[in-house]
Design a protein around this ligand. Structure first.
Ligand code: ADP
Ligand code: ZN
Ligand code: ZN
Length: 752
C-alpha cells in the first residue's frame, strides 16, 4: 500500500536475515527477479562483510530515503517457505511478546528450511485399482517383468518410491512406461513423502473409527461455525462441550468441509506425544479426504520436518495435526484453525519466544478472515470471558453423546479418613472398595496422582530440616526403584541418605507419597491386579507410552496409575472408575490459577470415566472437601465455577480483567540480582508512573534453580502493547549487567 512518505518501487524488497537480524532490512531487487520475487521466498543477501540467507518479508517495499541499497544476491529456490500472513503474524509476535524477529523465525521455520535445503521431488508408484485376473495372466506370459511389478504393488498398502523399487526388483523403466500407458498403475511426483510413509504415528494407537451421525447439539455447533466459514469472515468460536460430548466429531466435519472446498486447516492439540489416540482418530477420519494429513510433533527428524513443511507449502498436504508450533504451518488457503483443549497450559511455550499457541492461532485467523475454533470442557477463564462478552461465539454441547450419564462424584474427606485408617492411609476405604468392585466385574480403573517418585521429602525429627537439592530450593524426592534422592527441577541425583546430613541423626523419615509408593500399596492390597504405571520415570520412551495405552485398551491391564500424562483426551470405554488421590496438590501451587487448574484437572480426569456403555464413578480424595474447585467439579458446574472465580480475579485485578506480564531476573549472585531488579523497578516506575501497576520485586516461588537465584516483578496492565513499547527500549538501555539475565513473559502461565 503506497503512503504519503515513501514511494513503492518494484525495485526494493525487505528481507529478514536469519542471523544477525532482529528486524527487516531493505535490499535492491536485481532485474532478473523483479517480476517473480515473492514474499516468503528464501534469498541470499549481503550482511556486513558476510552473506547469509533470509526471508523476503515485503515486496514491493518502500525505498528508505537517502541510502544506497545493497542488492539481493540470489534466490535460493522458488518455493516460498512462509506464507505472507505468517510474516505479519511473526511481526505481531515480535511486538507483543517483546522478542526479536530472528528468534521468532527460529521457532516458526524448521532448521533445514532456514539452512536453505531445497525440496527434492521423488516419483511414487501405485496401482490405479485392482488388476483383473485374466489381464494379469496374460501379462505373466507376455511381460513377466510388468507382472512382477503389479504383484509387488498389489502387496503394498502405500505408494512406493519408483527409483528404489525398480532397483530392488531389477526392473527397468520401459516396463513402468508400458504399465502407465495401459492405465494399470499411476505415478505421482511429491516432495519426499517420508512423513506420510515412515511416520512413527502411522501405527500409533491406530483406532479405526467410523463417522457418526451427528446429534442435535453437534449439528448446531457445526452449522454455526460453517456459517463463519461461508461468510469468509474472521470469527472465533468457543466450543464448550462436556467431556464425551463428541467435540472431535465436530472438528472433523468442519475440516472435511474446508478441504472439500479447496481450503486447508490446522488442528492443534496440547501435546501430540501424549495424545496419540486423538491423532490416530483424526488421521483415520480424514484418511479419505484426498489429501495428506501431516502430523507435526517433536519426534520428527530434521528431514521429516523439512518434508512435511514443504508438502504443506506446495499444497500436497492440506491438513496438519500438531502441537503448538503447527500454528505456523505454511498452508495456502488456510480457512480454519482448531485448538482442542484450549485451556491447556502446554500451549504456552516455555522458552523464547514465550508465545501462547492459542492466542497466536486467534491472531492468525484474524489476519486471514478465517475461522478459529477453541474447544474445551473446561475453557480457560480468558476465553470464557471473551465468549460471554460477545467477542467470541459460544457454542455449547451440554450432554454426552447417546445420553450417556456424566460420572457421579464421590468426595472423600481425608482428614477423617486419616483418623480411622489402620495401616496405610493413601487409598481411602471407599476407593479400595470401589477398586475391588471393578476388579470383580472385570471393568477398568484409572488412578490419578500428580506426583511421581516414591516419597516426597526426607524430614529429620531431631533438627527439623528437610533435605534439599544443593542447586535448587526444593526438597529431594525418594525414588525407591534405585534408592536415589532426586530433584524434580534439575534432575540432580544422590544416593538416598540414611542419616540426617545436617545433624547426623539416624531417625530421618521419608514423608508424603508419589506414584511409586501407590503402586506398592496397590500391589499389597490387590496382588492379582495388573497395573500399569505411567509417569515421567516409567515412560522415558514415547513408544512405550503408546504401547501401554493400547495394551490398556486391549484389556491387558486392570488399572492405569499415572500423573497428568493420563489426564488428557484418553477415551477408554471400559473404564468405569477414576480415583483422584490428593486432589489438593494443584491447589497448593503458588499460582493465581491454582483453583482454575484444580477444577480443570478434576473435570478432565473424571471425564475419563464412563465413556462407553457402562456408567462411571469418580472418587476424589481431598483434605479440602469444601473448596470451590472441588465442590463445583462435583456438581459438574463449569459456569458456577467460572462466575465465582471471575469475581475473585476481579477483586485482585488478575486476568482476564487485566494482562499480566512477568519479569524474571536471575543470576548466581543473590545480591546482584536483588540490586538489579530493585533499581530497575525504581527507575521504571519513576519514568512511567502510570503505565502499569507493578507488584514486586519478590523472590520467585522456586527461589533457586540450578544454582541461579531468581526474583520477579509483575506488571498488571489493561493492554500489553503500550507497556512493551515503553519497557523494551528502556530495558535495552539500562539492563546491561552480564551476570543478571532477565526474561519477560507476557501473559505468563507459569508463576514458579
Ligand atoms: P470429547 O472430545 O467431547 O470428550 P469425543 O469427541 O472424544 O468427545 O467423543 C466421545 C465418544 O463419542 C467417542 O468415542 C466418539 O467416537 C463418540 N461419538 C461422537 N459423536 C457421536 C455421535 N454423534 N453418536 C455416537 N457416538 C459419537
Ligand atoms: Zn537432622
Ligand atoms: Zn535441583
Amino acid at each position: 500500500m503506497p503512503d504519503l512518505f515513501g514511494e513503492i518501487e518494484p525495485g526494493v524488497a525487505e528481507v529478514v536475515p536469519f542471523d544477525g537480524g532482529a528486524r527487516a532490512y531493505s535490499y535492491a531487487v536485481p532485474s532478473a527477479l523483479k517480476e517473480t520475487l515473492k514474499v516468503g521466498q528464501l534469498v541470499r543477501v549481503p550482511l556486513g562483510h558476510r552473506q547469509g540467507l533470509g526471508v523476503v518479508w515485503k515486496y514491493p517495499a518502500e525505498a528508505p530515503a537517502g541510502t544506497k541499497l545493497r542488492s539481493i544476491l540470489a534466490l535460493e529456490h522458488e518455493q516460498p517457505v512462509m506464507t505472507e500472513d505468517c510474516c505479519r503474524l511473526a511481526e505481531w509476535m515480535s511486538g507483543y511478546y517483546g522478542c526479536g524477529l530472528n528468534s521468532v523465525l527460529e521457532t516458526v521455520l524448521p532448521a533445514a528450511v532456514r539452512k536453505g535445503v531445497r525440496p527434492v521431488f521423488r516419483r511414487w508408484l501405485s496401482l490405479v485399482g485392482p488388476v483383473e485376473a485374466d489381464v494379469l495372466t496374460k501379462l505373466r506370459k507376455r511381460a513377466p517383468r510388468q507382472a512382477q511389478l503389479i504383484d509387488y504393488l498389489s502387496a503394498q498398502t502405500q505408494p512406493v518410491e519408483r527409483a528404489k523399487t525398480l532397483t530392488s526388483l531389477g526392473i527397468s523403466q520401459p516396463a513402468v512406461d508400458a504399465l502407465l500407458k495401459a492405465g494399470l498403475i499411476k505415478e505421482d511426483a511429491h516432495v519426499l513423502w517420508r512423513v506420510a510413509y515412515n511416520d512413527p504415528f502411522a501405527e500409533a494407537e491406530s483406532v479405526s473409527v467410523k463417522g457418526h451421525q451427528l446429534n442435535e447439539s453437534q449439528q448446531a455447533a457445526v452449522k454455526s461455525i460453517a456459517e463463519t466459514l461461508d461468510a469468509k469472515q474472521f470469527r472465533t468460536h468457543l466450543l464448550h462441550g462436556v467431556t464425551g460430548s463428541g467435540k472431535t466429531e465436530v472438528y472433523v466435519s468442519l475440516i472435511r468441509k474446508v478441504v472439500a472446498e479447496g481450503g486447508s486447516a490446522i488442528f492443534l492439540v496440547p501435546e501430540v506425544a501424549l495424545t496419540p489416540q486423538t491423532v490416530g482418530r483424526l488421521r483415520s477420519r480424514l484418511s479419505d479426504l484426498g489429501t495428506r494429513v501431516v502430523v507435526w510433533h517433536s519426534q520428527l527428524s530434521a528431514g521429516e520436518r523439512f518434508d512435511a513443511w514443504m508438502a504443506m507449502s506446495l499444497g500436497q498436504a492440506r491438513v496438519v495435526v500438531g502441537a503448538r508450533s503447527a500454528v505456523f504451518a505454511p498452508l495456502p488457503q488456510l480457512r480454519l484453525i482448531v485448538v482442542d483443549e484450549e485451556h491447556e497450559p502446554s500451549f504456552k511455550q516455555g522458552e523464547t519466544p514465550l508465545y501462547h499457541g492459542r492466542d497466536v492461532a486467534v491472531y492468525r485467523a484474524s489476519l486471514l478472515s478465517a475461522a478459529c475454533v477453541l474447544g474445551s470442557a473446561t475453557p480457560s477463564l480468558e476465553s470464557w470471558r471473551n465468549a460471554t462478552s460477545g467477542r467470541y461465539v459460544l457454542n455449547t454441547m451440554p450432554q454426552r453423546v447417546d445420553d450417556r450419564p456424566m460420572p457421579a462424584f464421590r468426595i472423600v474427606d481425608m482428614r477423617r479418613e486419616v483418623l480411622h485408617a489402620k495401616g496405610q492411609s493413601i487409598l481411602s476405604r471407599e476407593l479400595v472398595d470401589s477398586i475391588r468392585e471393578r476388579l470383580a466385574k472385570k471393568e477398568q480403573a484409572i488412578l490419578f496422582l500428580n506426583r511421581r517418585g516414591h516419597s516426597r521429602s526426607l524430614v529429620c525429627p531431631d533438627c527439623g530440616e528437610a533435605v534439599q537439592c544443593p542447586s535448587c530450593s526444593v526438597s529431594l524426592t525418594l525414588h525407591a526403584t534405585d534408592s536415589t534422592a532426586r530433584c524434580h527441577l534439575c534432575d540432580y541425583r544422590q544416593p538416598a541418605p540414611v542419616i540426617c546430613p545436617h545433624c547426623r541423626s539416624p531417625k530421618v523419615r521419608w514423608k508424603g507419597y508419589g506414584t511409586q509408593k501407590v503402586e506398592e500399596v496397590i500391589a499389597k492390597l490387590f496382588p492379582q491386579a495388573r497395573v500399569a504405571r505411567m509417569d515421567a520415570d516409567t515412560m522415558s520412551k514415547k513408544d512405550l507410552f503408546r504401547r501401554v495405552l493400547s495394551d490398556f485398551r486391549a484389556g491387558k491391564y486392570d488399572m492405569l496409575l499415572g500423573t497428568q500424562m493420563i489426564a488428557k483426551g484418553l477415551d477408554f470405554p471400559r473404564v468405569t472408575l477414576v480415583g483422584i488421590l490428593d486432589a489438593d496438590l494443584s491447589l497448593q501451587m503458588p499460582d493465581f490459577r491454582a483453583s482454575e487448574r484444580t477444577f480443570q484437572l478434576l473435570t478432565q480426569v473424571a471425564g475419563r470415566a464412563g465413556r462407553g456403555d457402562l456408567e462411571g464413578a469418580v472418587v476424589v480424595q481431598t483434605f479440602q472437601p469444601a473448596s470451590d474447585p472441588i465442590q463445583f467439579a462435583k456438581r459438574l458446574d463449569f459456569e458456577g465455577f467460572a462466575q465465582a472465580e471471575l469475581a475473585k480475579r476481579a477483586e485482585f485485578g488478575y486476568p482476564p480483567d487485566r494482562h499480566l506480564v512477568r519479569h524474571v531476573f536471575r543470576g548466581r549472585n543473590l545480591e546482584k540480582v536483588t540490586f538489579v531488579i530493585e533499581s530497575w523497578v525504581k527507575e521504571f516506575s519513576r519514568l512511567h508512573p502510570d503505565l502499569a501497576e507493578i507488584r514486586g520485586p519478590a523472590p520467585c516461588p522456586f527461589e533457586r534453580v540450578q544454582d541461579q537465584y531468581r526474583m520477579h516483578c509483575w506488571y498488571f496492565v489493561k493492554s500489553v502493547k503500550p507497556l512493551l513499547a515503553a519497557l523494551l527500549p528502556l530495558r535495552a538501555k539500562i539492563l546491561r549487567d552480564e551476570h543478571v539475565i532477565d526474561v519477560l513473559d507476557v501473559d505468563a502461565q507459569d508463576c514458579g
